[in-house]
Design a protein. Structure first.
Length: 254
């Protein structure tokens, strides 16, 4: 987010936050960022892949929610079609900001230009005394946890890169009307490399809490079948007849 305003600097204490803020976050996102602690729960519905963040050169763990850019087939009629909600859906449209007093904890910032904010409907952001509403403390706790998990996710990427546990892929979508669409910029867990690790390396991954997510990501590839089904059931999409995954040229994550 950009143009974040600390809650303490918001003059309008009558401002409200839409109860649909999670859906507003998900709308139009064909990939949703995850942290490594979420992977084992995300695979209940989603293929979890490694994607490149545009404009930064860095990488993200992503739940794939559509084969079509700017579409999300798990969101329909304002309803979320999964029991799993990524952490960023819970906290949108808020983020942590550094406190002006460096000795104090970070503060919550909000992008006031977001459609989530209005003066007419939703949950009140402030109570009658002009202080952040009680529910905001839950958002702050989640944001702090997100920050910790972001550090852990960065360590996850450094670790799997050092062990060469990723492999870039190209997804080929064979459309029912003939053309083949290719999707690049994604990577998956290198299963062969994972199987060849020493007992010491496996123990290290397990101690860091990374072994479970790695296996979960491998299993999540089967959720591409469910994504194809949702795609084919979505009005206006050309049906997919077949999907193929090919190994692309090797590429370092770091």
């Amino acid at each position: 987010m950009s143009n974040l305003t600390p809650l303490s600097n918001i003059a309008d204490k009558t401002i409200k936050v839409s109860s649909q803020r999670s859906m507003l976050y998900a709308e139009g996102r064909h990939m949703m960022a995850l942290n490594v602690a979420e992977v084992s729960r995300a695979i209940v519905d989603f293929p979890v892949l490694i994607s490149r963040i545009q404009g930064t050169g860095s990488f993200s763990l992503s739940a794939l929610t559509s084969f079509e850019p700017n579409k999300n087939v798990y969101l329909s009629g304002g309803l979320w079609g999964s029991s799993f909600l990524p952490a960023e859906m819970h906290t949108f449209p808020f983020q942590l900001l550094p406190n002006e007093d460096k000795s104090q904890s970070p503060v919550i910032g909000a992008e006031l230009n977001s459609p989530c904010f209005s003066g007419e409907e939703g949950e009140a952001l402030f109570d009658g005394a002009g202080q952040p509403a009680l529910w905001v403390s839950q958002i702050q706790a989640q944001l702090v946890e997100n920050a910790k998990n972001a550090v852990l996710t960065d360590e996850f990427f450094k670790t799997i890169d050092s062990l060469n546990l990723h492999v870039p892929i190209v997804i080929s979508l064979h459309l029912a009307d003939g053309p083949i669409n290719k999707i690049g910029g994604l990577s998956i867990v290198n299963e062969d490399k994972l199987k060849s690790l020493t007992s010491e390396q496996l123990a290290m991954l397990n101690e860091k809490g990374f072994l479970g997510p790695l296996y979960a990501m491998l299993f999540s590839i089967f959720q591409l079948n469910g994504l194809i089904r949702k795609h084919n059931e979505t009005e206006g999409f050309v049906k997919i007849a077949k999907l193929e995954i090919e190994i692309a040229k090797a590429n370092s994550l770091i």
